[in-house]
Write a protein that binds this ligand. Structure first.
Ligand code: UFG
Length: 332
């Protein structure tokens, strides 16, 4: 049993990982400023409402709990916003994250799993993308994730910590047991927007129909949030080993176009979904598909929900029951 400090533990991915940690017998301590996270998404664990800019509360938390490892989810993660407001991204994702590393050093905590992103690669030169692909981020969000990976590598080289950085492709879906789901405000992600459209008749823009892809729309690699969660548990186990640092992609290796996702949502929900062909969204690469061979071979990761249809089904189940997200719940 490990006491694990989880920044951003009340967020979409963090809350799913907290559930998995509890299931595996670990003790998560959630630290979240609740700006985008939801208190209702974390049950039966201590939740400290705090911000990583606040060194005092960080220190008090590390002094109070016997923390042995950290999982760092807390970050701003909207690509478009990062272009408009880079200061926010460098402050939150780099500067505030340094406070975390400093307190870990002070308190002799040497294990960290970091939420990185496919955004570190920028425009791919080859598909599927392996971890050896050059990192040329095309927006401040990706830049901040890449910078912090380099910080972790430098601290590892100085023998101050071991880290595993997980580069997520498109996280999607919801807890198959129906307890947790995706609730962003504003929502910008394709699958929850399409499900909302199926529920309330709103329309969804298709950002770009003239890409060099078979149907002209962007291709992405969607990975189920519970499969992501399992990868975090494997990463934690790996960090128990001496000197075990590494960087791993997390995707399914299958690319789906925006139009294919729309068709899947229609099929799963049995509803009409209105999609409107629209101009490209700045900064979207045509294709992002992961090679996750490394994490499969080195950590034994096996996805349980690799099919887009299953991913959408779990999301649909949650949104149907929670049309207002964590705001309020429909009675069964
Ligand atoms: N899309 C639409 N209409 C919408 C929303 C999205 O057509 O209303 C398209 C996008 O253009 C993209 C695909 O659907 O081609 C998926 O878009 P998402 O916004 O769901 O996800 P992204 O691929 O933009 O973003 C994901 C992560 C980010 C990460 C990025 C890396 O959510 O955190 O990959 O490029 F930075």
């Amino acid at each position: 049993m490990l006491t694990v400090f989880i920044t951003g533990g009340a967020g979409y991915i963090g809350s799913h990982v907290v559930k998995e940690l509890l299931h595996q017998g670990h003790q998560p301590i959630v630290f979240d400023n609740l700006q985008t996270g939801h208190r209702k998404a974390v049950k039966n664990v201590p939740v400290i409402e705090g911000d990583l800019s606040d060194q005092k509360i960080l220190k008090e938390t590390f002094q109070y709990y016997p923390i042995k490892a950290v999982m760092h989810f807390a970050a701003d993660s909207l690509v478009g916003e990062s272009v408009q407001n880079p200061e926010k991204y460098f402050n939150n994702n780099v500067k505030n994250s340094m406070n975390l590393i400093e307190i870990m050093e002070e308190m002799n905590v040497k294990k960290i799993v970091f939420s990185s992103s496919a955004a570190v690669y920028g425009e791919p030169k080859e598909i599927p993308i392996s971890e050896k692909h050059p990192c040329v981020p095309t927006n401040p969000y990706g830049e901040t994730k890449w910078i912090f990976e380099k910080v972790l590598q430098a601290f590892h080289d100085a023998q101050k910590l071991n880290f595993i950085s997980l580069r997520y492709f498109n996280a999607a879906g919801a807890d198959p047991e129906g307890d947790l789901g995706e609730d962003h405000s504003p929502e910008t992600h394709l699958i929850p927007l399409l499900i909302k459209a199926a529920l309330d008749g709103t329309s969804v823009p298709v950002y770009g129909t003239d890409y060099h892809t078979p149907d002209g729309t962007c291709i992405r690699d969607y990975i189920h949030v519970t499969d992501l969660s399992h990868a975090h548990i494997l990463a934690l186990t790996q960090l128990e080993k001496e000197n075990a640092s590494g960087i791993y992609n997390l995707g399914n290796g299958n690319g789906y176009s925006v139009r294919e996702v729309i068709e899947t949502v229609k099929k799963v929900t049995g509803k009409k979904v209105t999609a409107i062909d629209s101009p490209r969204r700045p900064g979207d690469p045509a294709r992002l598909v992961a090679s996750s061979t490394k994490i499969k071979e080195e950590l034994g990761w096996v996805p349980n929900y690799p099919h887009l249809e299953t991913i959408v089904e779990t999301a649909w189940k949650w949104h149907k029951k929670h049309p207002n997200g964590y705001g309020h719940q429909k009675e069964k």
